[in-house]
Design a protein around this ligand. Structure first.
Ligand SMILES: C[S@@+](CC[C@H](N)C(=O)[O-])C[C@H]1O[C@@H](n2cnc3c(N)ncnc32)[C@H](O)[C@@H]1O
Length: 336
């Protein structure tokens, strides 16, 4: 993939323009060349019309893409080009590797396990990943190699997170997003996190900031693990976490308002009115949106602000790709 060589002071503007045109390659990291920034772009004739030099260089993949690439290069000695095309991204959660195996590669499971163990010699379990199911968003996993367990302790952003993948939702790819939010938060804030799971957002924020967090989760297993996670990290946390087990739609109306509300909303659930109502200064609202409907999504949020008599500014950020053209997005809603 090529890169666009842009003077440093223009890099942000050009990057925004490239993103708007769908020409920015978010899988790679920008590079530097003295006073120029090398922006990763797609191999598309339109990049040559941007008015900047196009360099034929391969910028480094972002780390999460890089681990996938490492597996690909290890497997290259055993797999055909066509088989490699079917290889999906995978995650390492604690000492468990989880990977989706498409039907085209079912017969190569043993080799995939071999490759994963070569790239990650410390893993103790390899599990095949199915889809998220039900209100608790638990994935369907089957163990294809190693110890017979789906419990592990995952390390991220300076905290330890105990999970049981057979009973709770956990997404390690939100690591960067959790760090981003922790950096936005100021000491002294009161924060509400409904749909809190085993508390990854709460732990990371409380690790870095002296804040008071109230978290709500319906799944009893996630609640139990969340309490364990508070104990596990007790000495590292600057802030405090109060954890309530219950249905957010019943619990939130009984709670006061908070400086900031973070809603890692389960897919298919509309909690916008509920969570905005509890936010005084900020709401970070996650949802899954088709790229053509991002504007519409922003409009819906502004309408809800108006309905609630709130003066808001909304910025929407793509957080991860979910399926072709559909993204997990975060709406950062500032309330004045
Ligand atoms: C997308 S997951 C996010 C979990 C966690 N915040 C994380 O990022 O790992 C949504 C969570 O909401 C919980 N949930 C679903 N419906 C709920 C409800 N009505 N009230 C409270 N929690 C709920 C699920 O059990 C799940 O843990």
């Amino acid at each position: 993939m090529p890169a666009l060589k842009v003077p440093r002071e223009k890099a942000e503007t050009v990057k925004r323009k490239l993103k708007k045109l769908g020409l920015y390659d978010g899988k790679r990291r920008p590079g530097r060349d003295s006073n120029f920034i090398l922006l990763p772009v797609l191999d598309d004739p339109r990049v040559h019309k941007m008015g900047y030099e196009v360099l034929p260089i391969e910028l480094l993949l972002r780390p999460e893409r890089q681990i996938y690439k490492n597996l690909e290069s290890v497997l290259a000695e055993r797999f055909t080009e066509e088989e490699l095309q079917h290889l999906r991204r995978y995650d390492v959660i604690g000492d468990i590797a989880v990977i989706q195996i498409p039907p085209e590669l079912e017969h190569r499971v043993k080799d995939i396990v071999w490759g994963l163990r070569k790239v990650h010699p410390f893993i103790k379990v390899v599990a095949k990943k199915g889809f998220h199911e039900g209100a608790f968003r638990i994935r369907d996993y089957s163990i294809i190699w190693g110890e017979n367990r789906l419990t592990t302790v995952h390390k991220e952003n300076g905290v330890e997170i105990k999970v049981d993948l057979s009973k709770v939702f956990f997404n390690p790819r939100m690591k960067g997003e959790r760090y981003r939010l922790a950096q936005l938060v100021k000491d002294g804030e009161r924060i509400l996190i409904p749909f809190a799971g085993v508390l990854p957002y709460a732990l990371v924020i409380a690790r870095y900031r002296n804040v008071k967090i109230t978290a709500v989760e319906l799944n009893e297993e996630a609640y139990r693990l969340g309490l364990e996670n508070i104990e596990l990290n007790r000495k590292r946390l600057k802030g405090g976490i109060e954890f309530i087990q219950g249905d957010a739609f019943k619990v939130l109306p009984e709670l006061p308002t908070f400086d900031r509300v973070i809603s890692p909303t389960p897919r298919g659930v509309d909690a916008l009115a509920l969570t905005l109502d509890k936010a005084q200064k900020w709401l970070h609202y996650y949802d899954f949106v088709h790229e053509r409907k991002i504007g519409e999504f922003g409009g819906r949020i502004l309408e809800e602000c108006k309905r609630q008599g709130k003066d808001c500014r909304v910025k929407i950020k793509k957080v991860s790709d979910f399926k072709p053209h559909v993204f997990k997005v975060c709406a950062d809603v500032e309330i004045f």
